[in-house]
Design a protein around this ligand. Structure first.
Ligand code: ZN
Length: 289
């Protein structure tokens, strides 16, 4: 019997992704750093806050965020689980529609504003075609309230994983770390992971304006330089990861594993017997023996 392992594009076993919120002017500088080093990210934008004088004008988005992902962050950034259902629906749907009208592709990702989420919110998101939601770290001032109210209610405390594992539920996607929390340390560990028995994800989140506030742009520059050009790392936006995992799940293996059919449009990669990287192009059947 063959041994089949799931792999990322090209047979890679690690993925790096970034997630930055609020679409303020400093995104320009952040995107230019990502582009310089081939790092991919997701930018979570609020369509209702674009006229406050501190955010990038939508006319600039398609060019600026090209090659990255634009995702919803709701229209007005409420602590979403405090809102009634109709308000939640409007916050998601109107943001999604506006972002789609600017970007020209389906918007299917989300970062929870103020980190607020619940099963009720997740159900609504799913109905609106939103595939994942990013939770936020637990040590930033404006998120303490959310965290406390959650733990008092006995619901999971939000937070970062401080690790490289995948979420069980992409609608409750915990990042590895905020960029101010041991970024270079985590980056170094991630880079040095050579064991191929597991798939690993490093997920960094934050706000670009924090680099201006903290005067530490060199931190992100150094991190991106360190992580760039690695043969075993896939550089992906959030939604590319979700879509890839879904395409993998759709693979149809023969019971004896002698062949596999990929019903999706995109290619999926597997590792056969530990070191044989096999690409299964979209719509094709590949014989493994
Ligand atoms: Zn935000």
């Amino acid at each position: 019997m063959l041994k089949i392992y799931k792999a990322f594009p090209g047979g890679k076993h690690k993925v790096l992704t970034m997630s930055y919120d609020d679409g303020k002017f400093a995104d320009r500088r952040l995107v230019s750093i990502f582009n310089k080093y081939g790092i991919k990210g997701t930018f979570n934008l609020n369509s209702g806050l674009i006229h406050d004088g501190i955010r990038i004008d939508p006319s600039e988005w398609p060019e600026l965020y090209k090659g990255h992902e634009v995702a919803t962050h709701t229209v007005t950034h409420p602590t979403i689980d405090r809102c009634p259902n109709t308000e939640i629906i409007a916050e998601y749907l109107n943001d999604k529609q506006f972002l789609e009208s600017v970007m020209g592709y389906p918007i299917r990702g989300h970062a929870y504003p103020n980190g607020s989420y619940s099963k009720r919110v997740e159900r609504i998101m799913e109905d609106l075609g939103i595939k994942y939601g990013r939770i936020v770290g637990d040590y930033y001032a404006d998120e303490y309230v959310v965290r406390q109210s959650k733990s008092e209610c006995g619901i999971d405390v939000v937070g970062d994983t401080n690790g490289f594992a995948f979420p069980e539920n992409f609608l409750e996607w915990k990042p590895t770390c905020h960029h101010n929390h041991n970024l270079l340390g985590f980056g170094e560990s991630f880079k040095n992971l050579k064991k191929k028995q597991y798939l690993y994800m490093m997920y960094v989140w934050g706000h670009s304006y924090e680099f201006d506030r903290d005067n530490n742009w060199e931190l992100m520059e150094q991190f991106c330089e360190m992580m760039s050009g690695q043969d075993d790392i896939w550089y992906a936006t959030n939604i590319e990861i979700v879509d890839y995992m879904e395409a993998y799940e759709r693979l149809q293996f023969a019971a004896d594993l002698s062949f596999v059919y990929n019903p999706s449009f995109q290619s999926v990669w597997i590792i056969v017997n530990d070191d044989n990287v096999v690409e299964i192009p979209g719509g094709s059947t590949v014989h493994l023996i």
